[in-house]
Design a protein around this ligand. Structure first.
Ligand code: 5CA
Length: 165
């Protein structure tokens, strides 16, 4: 048990913060924990036993310095030129501190919603081709399953094709 997991602690764990954010969106996700780790899309797909394309990568970029969230299929890579055209600015990658500052979560555990403040978000159209997808639940060893329409609604994302396989 870490300090922030102590009962009665004023600070909530990443898992609890994610669950509260999900509840605020009317979702009650069942969180699966894999001790072997789900830090990368490949690890998450292997742990869950799903297609790589079904994994939601919650990637933080900066658009003219403002944090934005690109919810990308695990099978795809973000085309930053296309993302910049879509969002109307110059795209750079957020570093590890930038991801934590913008979302409240660490790289590898960043969920698609439930962040410290809402981020402008886009979702890779490729994710909409699956009945369900899997995303990080706040920590690098947890994931949860949801439908693509739930992902779009809860993240407030615009569906777009900014990623390529
Ligand atoms: N839990 C998994 C699957 S849901 C997950 O969070 N995957 S992810 O793709 O959204 O997060 C890992 C991503 O963080 C990697 O794809 C990688 O592009 C990015 N990343 C890893 N290290 C760094 C870093 N130092 N700075 C910026 N981005 C990084």
């Amino acid at each position: 048990m870490t300090g922030s997991d102590q009962p009665g602690s004023a600070r909530l764990s990443a898992r609890e913060r994610f669950l509260a954010g999900a509840r605020a969106q009317g979702l009650a996700p069942e969180i699966s924990r894999f001790p072997e780790g789900t830090r990368t899309a490949e690890q998450a797909a292997a742990a869950v036993g799903c297609a790589l394309g079904q994994i939601v990568k919650s990637l933080v970029f900066l658009c003219d310095g403002e944090a934005v969230l690109a919810l990308t299929s695990g099978a795809n890579r973000v085309d930053t030129k296309r993302l910049g055209e879509l969002l109307g600015g110059t795209i750079t990658r957020a570093d590890a501190d930038g991801v934590r500052e913008a979302t409240g979560y660490a790289i590898g555990g960043t969920p698609p919603f439930g962040h410290v403040r809402p981020l402008r978000a886009v979702v890779d159209g490729a994710l909409l081709g699956y009945d369900t997808v899997w995303a990080a639940a706040g920590t690098p060893d947890t994931v949860f399953e949801l439908r693509p329409d739930e992902l779009v609604r809860a993240s407030g994302a615009e569906v777009a094709d900014f990623a390529t396989g």
